[in-house]
Each structure stands twice: as structure tokens, then as C-alpha cells.
Design a protein around this ligand. Structure first.
Ligand code: ASP
Ligand code: MG
Length: 406
């Protein structure tokens, strides 16, 4: 008998029929004698609808009120799932984040979980009930409803699993696991049986949107056994996200090819090569709440240097505007930018112990005539910035080059 936390995303609870199917799956585990806590998202599209509704009334919605509104999506699905469970003879009880209680800080719309009170859940589990908890939401010390950021139900699931010291946290979604790359780009992409947290973090942050990044960080930190599975298939073990790489197995050098389309790059040419330049440029960008990804500063010559960085495509225009102001102050020569770029990355813990991964990657791209605009590396990842039009080709070529097609 195990304690299992299962999280079902929006598409898995997208209509009454699907909610009944989820209930059947939960019932199966319950019948096997397991204690089950279920975390659900709002029905698919519901959170978007609520946000749009809010914006019709207030163009820039007040964050506290927005959370008040957005949290209702999950309140509907916990009630429906509990009823569906009761309807097939499984005792169940639903809880909002506040009722659990999932205590968070007061950063509305992207709150962080501080603690979780397990007492109510334990009591119900011991009484043989299935506990159904609203994902995505919590409550702050003053009793205000908070939400954890888009896709936050994943984090709710993992956090509950950590708090309850669950044997496993199962994330049910519309794919049957984590793939070597997006199968829509490379049909030969393979499902991975296991992937390490580190790799998963890189994959997630690089745009493989299977799990919310924070949930992976959380699982790594609290050593939660995390599994991604399909809610539409009865068979299959999904992908297990492991804390440690399997030392007994021959690690593949590269586990996956991740990519991100929504990138843009900006360059400030001819800025004075003096202390504080990076700070003045990026400080202004950070003050505007724009996330910066890759940063490159050239070797200076003639007392000036060039400074490039990438941002989310959606922040491109805003970042450009800020750079103009900074340029006026610092006396840079010119600002250039390109919002038709993409980022492609090879990810794998195996590259720690295998030299030559980067050169293999660069050769494969060169052989296809693909120009690399920027490069960045970490211990387990090599990323390149490319013209957007090469994205599919680059991903396919790298997937093949690193033997992921087989
Ligand atoms: N319903 C929320 C959202 O759409 C949370 C989630 O689905 O994980 O972002
Ligand atoms: Mg989701």
C-alpha cells in the first residue's frame, strides 16, 4: 500500500466525460488499497477565460482580485471530481488550497508555497477517503487567496507529495511522457523511460512545456519521485524523473534536443568598455521585469565593446525602448535587434564525461549550412541561437546526430 499523489491537468478534466474517466482511474488505485490524493487543474481553457473576463472589466487587473477570480476554475473541478468519485462508490472529499491549507507568500499571481498543513488530508486518507485538492492556489497569512502562476497545479501536486512524503507523484497529462524532442517536429522522437531532474529542468526551461519548471525544482529539492504519464492511456509507465543518474547504465551522452521559438536578441554596439557597463544595461532591463537569457560581451577594442543578450520575443519592443534610453546615457554607437531567432539546445548529463559534444554539434549544423549566431553552454547543455527559419532543420539534424532517432 502506497501513498500516491496524482495530478490531472486541464485537458484531463476538460469535460464531464473526462472527469468521470479520471474518477475511474483514481478508483482503480483506491481499490488496490493505495491512499490517493488528487490534485486537479481547471477545465482546459477555463483559466484563460477567467483572465479575459477580468481584463474586460479592468484592462490591467488588480492582482489580488485576479487571483480571487482565477482560483474559481479549480474550485469547480475539485467539486465535480469528488462527485464523480462518490457516484462510483468511492468516498471522496474536496479541498481548496485555503482549506488544506497551502500557505503561500502574498505575491499575487505568482505566489510561492511556504508550508502545507497535512492534518485534514491525513485524517481523510486514514478514513479511507480520496482527497481531492485544487491545484494552482493557496492562501497567504492574512487569508487572501493566491495563485502560483500559470501551470501552477504541477507545483501544487509536487508540493503536496513532498509534504505528505508520498511514495510517488504522478502527473497525468495529454502526452505519455517526456520525449527526446517535440514529436511534432521530429516524428522519430522517442519517449524517455527516465530523465534526471537536472536534464528535465533544462528541457523545461528551454521550452519543453510538459511540466511547470517550478514543480521540477521542487521535486528535485525535496526528492519527490516524479512520474509523467498519459491520462488517456491505460498502459505505460510514462517517464520517471530521477534524482540521480543511473550509474549502472551507460548514459546516453545527449538525452534530448530542446528548443524555444519565442526568442529575440538585442545588441548594443560600441559601448564604452568601462566598469559597470553590463550592470547599467542589464540593470535597466531587469528593472523593467524583463528576463534575460543569453548574454555575450565581446572583447573590447579601441575602448569600446559590443554587448548582446536575448529576451523573450514578447519583451523585444520594450527592451529596445529601454536600450535607447541607456544608449543616450552611456553613449553607445548603435542598437541592433532581431526577433526572428530561435534557440536550440542539446541536453544531457552524459556530456560531463564526454568531450567533443560541442564540436560534434557545431559540425552537424555547419554541414547543413546553418549559421550559429550565439552560443552558450553549461555543464549539461549546449545552446545555440539561430535564424528562426532553421529551427526544424536544426532540431532534426541534431536529433539524428546524437543518435536519438534509434
Ligand atoms: N489552471 C491553471 C492554468 O491554466 C493552473 C494549471 O493548469 O496548472 O494555468
Ligand atoms: Mg498545466
Amino acid at each position: 500500500m502506497a501513498l500516491i499523489v496524482q495530478k490531472y491537468g486541464g485537458t484531463s478534466v476538460g469535460n464531464p466525460e473526462r472527469i468521470k474517466n479520471v474518477a475511474k482511474r483514481v478508483a482503480k488505485f483506491h481499490a488496490q488499497g493505495h491512499q490517493v490524493v488528487v490534485v486537479v487543474s481547471a477545465m482546459s481553457g477555463e483559466t484563460n477565460k477567467l483572465i479575459a473576463l477580468a481584463k474586460e472589466v479592468q484592462a490591467n487587473p488588480d492582482p489580488r482580485e485576479l487571483d480571487q477570480i482565477c482560483s474559481t476554475g479549480e474550485q469547480v473541478t475539485i467539486g465535480l471530481l469528488s462527485m464523480a468519485l462518490m457516484d462510483i462508490g468511492v468516498p471522496a472529499r474536496s479541498y481548496t488550497g485555503g482549506q488544506v491549507k497551502v500557505l503561500t507568500d502574498s505575491t499575487f499571481t505568482k505566489a510561492r508555497i511556504l508550508s502545507i498543513d497535512e492534518a485534514n488530508m491525513r485524517r481523510d486518507l486514514e478514513a479511507g477517503k480520496v482527497v481531492v485538492v485544487a491545484g494552482f492556489q493557496g492562501v497567504d497569512a492574512d487569508g487572501n487567496i493566491t495563485t502560483l502562476g500559470r501551470g501552477g497545479s504541477d507545483t501544487s501536486g509536487v508540493a503536496l507529495a513532498a509534504a505528505l512524503k508520498a511514495d510517488e507523484c504522478q502527473i497525468y497529462t495529454d502526452v505519455d511522457g517526456v520525449y527526446t524532442t517535440d514529436p511534432r517536429v521530429v516524428p522519430e522522437a522517442k519517449k524517455l523511460d527516465t530523465i534526471t531532474f537536472e536534464e528535465m529542468l533544462e528541457m523545461a526551461s528551454l521550452g519543453s512545456k510538459v511540466l511547470q519548471i517550478r514543480s521540477v525544482e521542487f521535486a528535485g529539492k525535496y526528492k519527490v519521485k516524479l512520474r509523467v504519464l498519459s491520462s488517456f492511456q491505460d498502459e505505460g509507465e510514462g517517464t520517471l524523473i530521477t534524482v540521480e543518474e543511473d550509474k549502472n547504465m551507460e548514459q546516453p551522452i545527449i538525452s534530448g534536443i530542446a528548443f524555444n521559438r519565442d526568442e529575440a536578441k538585442l545588441t548594443m554596439l560600441g559601448v564604452p568598455d568601462t566598469p559597470g557597463i553590463a550592470y547599467q544595461i542589464l540593470g535597466a532591463i531587469a528593472d523593467a521585469n524583463i528576463d534575460v537569457d543569453m548574454i555575450i560581451q565581446n572583447v573590447g577594442h579601441d575602448g569600446t565593446t559590443d554587448f548582446s543578450f536575448t529576451v523573450n520575443r514578447g519583451d523585444f519592443a520594450k527592451a529596445q525602448g529601454i536600450l535607447e534610453t541607456v544608449k543616450a546615457k552611456l553613449g553607445g554607437r548603435e542598437i541592433t535587434g532581431d526577433n526572428k531567432i530561435c534557440k536550440v539546445s542539446a541536453v544531457g548529463v552524459g556530456m560531463r564525461s564526454h568531450p567533443g559534444v560541442a564540436s560534434k554539434m557545431f559540425k552537424a549544423l555547419a554541414d547543413e549550412g546553418i549559421n550559429i549566431q550565439m552560443i552558450s553552454t553549461s555543464e549539461i547543455k549546449i545552446s545555440v541561437v539561430l535564424d528562426e527559419k532553421y529551427l526544424e532543420l536544426a532540431v532534426r539534424v541534431l536529433h539524428r546526430t546524437f543518435g536519438l532517432d534509434q
